[in-house]
Ligand binder design. Structure first.
Ligand code: G16
Length: 544
């Protein structure tokens, strides 16, 4: 194989965020930009000569050319085999599964997740390690450091690979295997859930469903699993065809962006169950007829009922949630006497806990839930989990949720996002918040007395690594919390996220609207951070 060494100059903005490097497509299209980052990753890894790399993406604009570029760099750097999803497509959880199943050295996943796609929109790339999970911080820090001084990259002089033809090819000593992106994943799902029961429940009409693939990666997965394998009607899957620009929409599964689904679930003819997934298939939104289940509640309900799912019938070893996720799952863990871990935002922080067997289930408020079956959050897995639950409990979604609240109380929760805030203003807000922290404990604001106020710092109980400055927490005597964080996944300015949470034990108050129930906390949050005052905005861009 003929290998070329290409001289390059470093870029200074290749620091991976919460989940890999996400930038505008135009940034990735700069000369050597993608090449530098991929070479920086390979330069930071050791002992992979002859080993296997999994490669695939969510199909967004720039996916195919990026894959061809990466194939050549991976070949030149000495990988022995590349496993690539047909058409360059792999959902994030399916990629995680392929890495694990094939004992691959790692994988590169091309996605900017729920961010929009197209020539003027976003692209992203992240490296997953051999356990199938996102590279921990010690890796991502090394990639960034290397990117700051890189002066050349290696590329193989080989023709572009035909990504559409399934099969294995030998190219100058490199094995390239193009796989069906869905088959292995579908088999894994079949090993976790009760497919016979699901087939019966769907076939008999007990469960009617609507799944919104948002013109993103889960279309082919949902069609194969929900329609072909479980017998749902073809019109149960909407926006099923993956498009490079997601049809011009944000492939972000929430009530604002999954609009058609939201309208149909709150309509008189609503099906029993509705769900959506995001660009790369790792997020999920769960709804039932006339009810939206918050991701934090969904995690807690899954934990409380996991014994009803075949793969988790023996019970859970433990659970984990990201810090800003509501404390609903903590109550379940306490009741069942299993450990509950609180990690920073970012799926990478769950990897060690899963590998060490300390947890079985984990999730985040940002529409992510998963288990030890892969090392990523998993959208369709969550959908199947809920379908299996409905089939086993023979209850509609609203009843399952209300029963859960009655048993454990309700953690009323919402998140307000202020997007594309000028960096200077966002940094000023954070500084202003940090300056108040030491004086807040003990102060009373209406019915809320501050118990603690700090910046969240996490020590990994498996490898002892410490991650500091992971969000500002203000906790109150009654268990309520306000949390402030700057997002690590945006590509324009800064996104300030404000997470608000209040516990309600009284079942007669469980049906309150969250914004109303949280009104006092919402105005306290403004008092602390002054986002409206400093930006002149009157309301958040997104409320979830
Ligand atoms: C990623 C991470 C998640 C995180 C989310 C939001 O998800 O994998 O762990 O919760 O971003 O992060 P932030 O609040 O920093 O924007 P995804 O689906 O975008 O890959």
């Amino acid at each position: 194989m003929q290998i070329e060494i290409i001289t390059t100059h470093p870029y200074n903005d290749q620091s991976p965020g919460t989940s890999g490097l996400r930038k505008k497509v135009k940034v990735f299209q700069q000369t050597g930009y993608l090449e530098n980052f991929v070479q920086s990753i390979f330069d930071s890894l050791h002992n992979f000569t002859g080993k296997t790399l999994v490669l695939g993406g969510d199909g967004r604009y720039f996916n195919r050319p990026a894959i061809q570029t990466i194939i050549k760099i991976a070949a030149a750097n000495g990988f022995g085999e590349l496993i690539i999803g047909q058409g360059g497509l792999l959902s994030t959880p399916a990629a995680s599964h392929l890495i694990r199943k094939n004992n691959a050295f790692g994988g590169l996943i091309l996605s900017a997740s729920h961010n929009p796609g197209g020539p003027d929109e976003d692209f992203g790339i992240k490296y997953n390690v051999g356990n199938g999970g996102p590279a921990p911080e010690k890796y991502t820090n090394a990639f960034f450091q290397r990117s700051l001084s890189i002066d050349s990259y290696k590329t193989a002089r080989i023709d572009d690979i035909d990504l559409d033809c399934i099969g294995a090819y030998q190219i100058d000593g490199l094995k390239v295997t193009i796989v069906d992106p869905v088959a292995d994943y579908a088999e894994l799902m079949q090993s976790i859930f009760d497919f016979n029961l699901l087939k019966q429940s769907i076939g008999s009409g007990y469960i009617t469903l609507l799944f919104d693939a948002m013109h993103a990666i889960t279309g082919p997965y949902a069609k194969r699993i929900l329609v072909d394998m479980l017998g749902a009607t073809p019109d149960s899957v909407i926006n099923a065809e993956p498009l490079e620009d997601f049809g011009g929409h944000h492939p972000d599964p929430n009530l604002a962006h999954a609009k058609e689904l939201a309208e149909r679930m709150f309509n008189s003819k609503a099906p029993v169950f509705g769900a959506a997934s995001d660009g790369d298939g790792d997020r999920n939104m769960i709804t039932g007829s006339h009810i939206f289940v918050t991701p934090s509640d969904s995690l807690a309900i899954m934990a409380a009922n996991a014994h009803l799912i075949p793969a988790y019938a023996q019970g859970l070893r433990g659970v984990a949630r990201s810090m800003p996720t509501s404390q609903a799952v903590d109550r379940v863990a306490a009741r069942y006497n299993i450990p509950c871990y609180e990690t920073p935002t970012g799926w990478k922080f769950f990897g060690n806990l899963l590998d060490a067997g300390k947890i079985t289930l984990c999730g985040e408020e940002s529409f992510g839930t998963g288990s030890d079956h892969v090392r990523e959050k998993d959208g369709l897995w969550a959908v199947l989990f809920w379908l299996n639950l409905i089939a086993r409990k023979r209850q509609p979604v609203a009843d399952i949720v209300h029963e859960h609240w009655q048993k454990f109380g309700r953690d009323i929760y919402c998140r307000h996002d202020y997007e594309a805030v000028e960096m200077d203003i966002a940094n000023g807000i954070v500084e202003h918040l940090v300056n108040q922290l030491s004086a807040l404990p003990g102060q009373t604001f209406g019915e809320y007395k501050v118990k603690y106020a700090d910046e969240f710092s996490y020590e990994d109980s498996v490898d002892g690594s410490v991650s500091s400055k992971q969000g500002i927490r203000i906790g109150f005597d009654n268990g309520s919390r306000i949390i402030f964080r700057l997002s690590g996944t945006g590509t324009v300015g800064a996104t300030l996220r404000i997470y608000l949470e209040r516990f309600e034990a009284d079942a007669s108050k469980h049906d309150q609207d969250a914004q109303t129930a949280l009104a006092e906390l919402i105005s306290l949050a403004e008092q602390f951070c002054e986002i409206k005052k400093r930006t002149g905005r009157t309301a958040p861009d997104v409320v979830t």
